[in-house]
Ligand binder design. Structure first.
Ligand code: AMP
Length: 215
């Protein structure tokens, strides 16, 4: 198989980041994630784009989508440099999905299916390593030493947008903007639905098998 072009869809907290890291390693493809790219550029000056706020961070901290113009440019640049990739966090609305169709061909579209109740629980309890980005959970996936990353010893923090209020807004934005993207790929008959409520290893078995079968 040539290096696959994988799109991974799912609500915030569905496990896209965790599964994408595994896909990237197993299939030797680039992990292209708009969330991480934007977090690294939260203070970027976008005031010349005639947008409501002057930086991506102002949208992110409120759980709103960063303007398409900013995000499309990030993805276009990243995909043009990758042979194979797993794309995570994009497209988040139908306009972005249309834009993506002009940039690349997809081999497989995965959808991690997780109920809303479970998502709220996962997101508000999530802690991430400030150094390497590894994910933990205050109840279900604790590090050996509280507040310290098992992988690299970095400090574990709560993302600014993982507070209960912002999580609710992110899920509302997801339902309104991104669920139509899921329906769009389903209508095209290319959506591979995966039960995202299984244990991470079981989800991974399904993800790996699906890519090997479909891509
Ligand atoms: P994530 O890490 O994927 O949950 O993304 C965190 C935040 O980054 C989102 O709540 C949005 O504010 C912003 N973001 C990430 N990807 C996109 C996208 N494709 N379009 C617009 N905003 C995005």
């Amino acid at each position: 198989m040539a290096q696959p072009h994988v799109l991974i869809l799912g609500a915030p907290g569905a496990g896209k980041g965790t599964q994408s890291a595994k896909i990237s390693e197993e299939f030797d493809v680039e992990h292209v994630t708009t969330g991480d790219a934007l977090r690294a550029n939260k203070e970027m000056d976008i005031s010349d784009m005639d947008t409501e706020y002057d930086t991506p961070g102002e949208y992110m901290d409120q759980g709103e989508l960063v303007p398409d113009e900013v995000v499309n440019a990030i993805v276009d640049e990243a995909l043009s440099q990758a042979d194979g990739y797993v794309l995570d966090g994009y497209p988040r609305n139908l306009e972005q999905a249309e834009e993506l169709e002009g940039m690349t061909d997809l081999d497989v579209v995965l959808y991690l299916d997780v109920s809303e109740e479970e998502l709220v629980d996962r997101l508000t309890g999530r802690r991430v390593c400030s150094e390497c980005g590894a994910n933990y959970h205050v109840e279900y996936d604790q590090p050996e030493e509280e507040g310290v990353c098992d992988e690299c010893g970095g400090e574990l923090i709560q993302r600014d947008d993982d507070t209960e209020e912002t999580v609710k807004e992110r899920l509302r934005v997801y339902r309104e903007n991104t669920e139509p993207v899921v329906d769009h790929y389903e209508d095209q008959g290319v959506l591979e639905r995966i039960d995202g409520e299984q244990a991470p290893d079981e989800v991974w078995e399904d993800v790996k098998h699906t890519i090997e079968t479909v891509a």
